[in-house]
Design a protein around this ligand. Structure first.
Ligand SMILES: C[S@@+](CC[C@H](N)C(=O)[O-])C[C@H]1O[C@@H](n2cnc3c(N)ncnc32)[C@H](O)[C@@H]1O
Length: 241
């Protein structure tokens, strides 16, 4: 069978992915081909400076909020690849006594993730759909979606949020970092309205709806949201009630 899992650590075989390699979804081809599939663009875009520019210099602050949650020895699942060095920094924080699982649905993004993590034997990269990725025999202490939800259609948002909640153990936490509705005084909001019409057709539902509203059973969980940069970004921590 064609395996799309890179097991960088045979010793951590207690955490076995059970999802089959998925097809690349239509929205990736139709909307995000230029950003995440076309190899020449991917090579140019996979840099911290690109992320810093796209996030109006808020990248470090939001990455720090995620990285600060990781302690040595933790088991962390990051549901999609992010350009720049975030995945490596997250894996380094887990350390050799922990486990870092990166998933992504696009082969070239998996390849970039693998090249960033190849020398860290406690890290694993799997081509998988965040809607149904699951592991056998192990649970994650922290599951993070860093700017994935705004890039997927709403029915995918539902399925991804539900799956992340399904994988959440009693004492674990989910962490979402994503767009949010800007305050009326925030001029960047007007720029983002244009960008959303042009390039990000699935983003504005995060302006209109809470991330919790994409969960089938939101009341079983506790949702703590904070926004930054005049409401442009939200950081949402989720734990079991
Ligand atoms: C995390 S999001 C946006 C990240 C951010 N804009 C950056 O700087 O990279 C982009 C990634 O999500 C991945 N992706 C899209 N849909 C996915 C899904 N259903 N499951 C897992 N990964 C997915 C894409 O392949 C892409 O690598």
């Amino acid at each position: 069978m064609f395996s799309e899992t890179t097991t960088l650590d045979a010793a951590r075989s207690d955490i076995e992915p059970i999802a089959d390699a998925p097809p690349v979804p239509d929205y990736m081809h139709e909307v995000y081909n230029w950003a995440y599939i076309e190899p020449r663009n991917v090579a140019k875009l996979d840099h911290n400076l690109v992320v810093r520019t796209l996030l109006f210099l808020n990248d470090r602050r939001m990455m720090r909020a995620y990285l600060d949650r990781i302690r040595p020895g933790m088991r962390v699942w990051q549901v999609a690849h992010v350009y720049g060095d975030l995945v490596r920094r997250a894996a380094l924080k887990c350390g050799p006594s922990g486990h870092f699982q990166l998933t992504d649905i696009t082969p070239i993004q998996v390849a970039h993730g693998e090249s960033k993590l190849a020398d860290l034997p406690w890290a694993r990269v799997t081509r998988a759909d965040a809607r149904n990725f699951a592991v056998d025999g192990g649970k994650f202490d922290l599951i993070c979606s860093f700017f994935l939800l705004h890039e997927v259609p709403d029915e995918w948002k539902h399925a991804i949020v539900d799956n992340m909640l399904r994988q959440l153990p009693e004492d674990g936490e989910l962490f979402f970092v994503d767009y949010h509705k800007p305050a009326s005084w925030q001029p960047v909001g007007w720029l983002l309205r244009v960008v959303n019409r042009w390039l990000e057709p699935f983003a504005e539902s995060l302006w209109q709806r809470e991330i919790s509203s994409f969960a089938s059973e939101p009341t079983r969980f506790s949702w703590e949201k904070r926004t930054i940069f005049g409401g442009v970004y939200q950081l949402v921590r989720v734990t079991r009630r």
